[in-house]
Design a protein around this ligand. Structure first.
Ligand code: GUN
Length: 283
């Protein structure tokens, strides 16, 4: 059997970011604008938000961060979203998750105007995704789909198993692969015979947040394995896949770090630019 392909998200992310930067430079008028709302001071969220800010600056996207204290009320948060909804220089709004426990991520998702919803969490965008219509869709699953295309991995006709049913990754991933004619199963903590199920997959997507959960017994020979996990462990950052032994068995695999992670930010920029293009057309 030939060597497994290591799927580099860094390479594709860099191509996407360069092409967005070229489009922005070549377009007259105001640049795209992204507003990030951050509530509280979760250190990991702080790191992600500053990565997003830097990526925006490099691509020529103007970005702002609205920081609210961890004690902010739901009303205060919704007022901030309303302000950004009404700001014509803001094309995309993203509220960094997780939120402190007293705040509802669902009401935030519903409060952001659907055409500014660069996370793709608004019920209108979720509906469009499942109905096969155009809209703004969650960045990580969009990035994974782009990566499969980039490396010529067939989606049409593939058996895909997604482990994890979150609104951010598992469910939208299922919808995107279904739109592209995969046969999709979404597995989760109540799924019986998980190992047997996973080992039927041509494309196995692990998004459970359990370090090294997917061992070679879960993987069919030659399968494509996509690792969405990023857990901090005593040995550093760890994915959901037990990388070294799975590498011996699979046909293609994403490393952690350097696999899915860089694509999330690249496709956040891509969604922001898409929202900006649409705003230009609306005028
Ligand atoms: N926290 C972890 N991933 C995400 C994401 O994709 N969007 C937002 N808003 N917060 C996150």
């Amino acid at each position: 059997m030939r060597d497994p392909v290591v799927l580099s998200g860094r390479e594709l992310a860099s191509e996407v970011r360069k092409s967005l930067a070229l489009e922005i430079t070549a377009t007259a008028g105001r640049p795209p604008g992204l507003a990030v709302v951050m509530v509280g001071d979760d250190p990991a969220s702080g790191v992600y938000v500053s990565m997003k800010e830097k990526a925006c600056a490099k691509a020529g996207i103007s970005s702002s961060i609205a920081r609210l204290p961890g004690t902010a009320t739901q009303d205060e948060l919704l007022r901030e979203i309303e302000r950004l909804n009404g700001d014509d220089s803001v094309d995309g709004i993203l509220c960094q998750l997780p939120l402190p426990g007293h705040l509802s991520p669902d009401s935030v998702a519903s409060a952001i105007l659907p055409w500014k919803d660069v996370d793709g969490f608004h019920p209108v965008n979720v509906g469009k995704l499942w109905r096969g219509e155009e809209g703004l869709f969650p960045c990580t699953p969009v990035g994974i789909t782009a990566m499969l295309d980039h490396y010529g991995i067939a989606i049409d006709g593939a058996r895909a198993v997604i482990v994890g049913r979150s609104n951010i990754v598992g469910k939208p991933m299922a919808a995107l692969l279904l739109r592209r004619h995969s046969t999709v199963t979404v597995a989760h903590s109540h799924t019986p015979d998980l190992q047997d199920l996973c080992s039927t997959a041509d494309i196995l997507i692990a998004a459970v947040g359990k370090p090294r959960f997917i061992t070679p017994d879960f993987v069919k020979y030659g399968a494509t394995v996509i690792d969405v996990g990023t857990s901090r462990t005593a040995d550093g950052l760890s994915g959901d896949v037990d990388y070294e032994p799975v590498l011996e068995k699979c046909g293609a695999i994403t490393p952690v770090p350097g696999g899915v992670g860089p694509l999330t930010i690249a496709f956040l920029l891509s969604n922001t630019v898409a929202a900006w293009r649409a705003a230009r057309i609306r005028g």
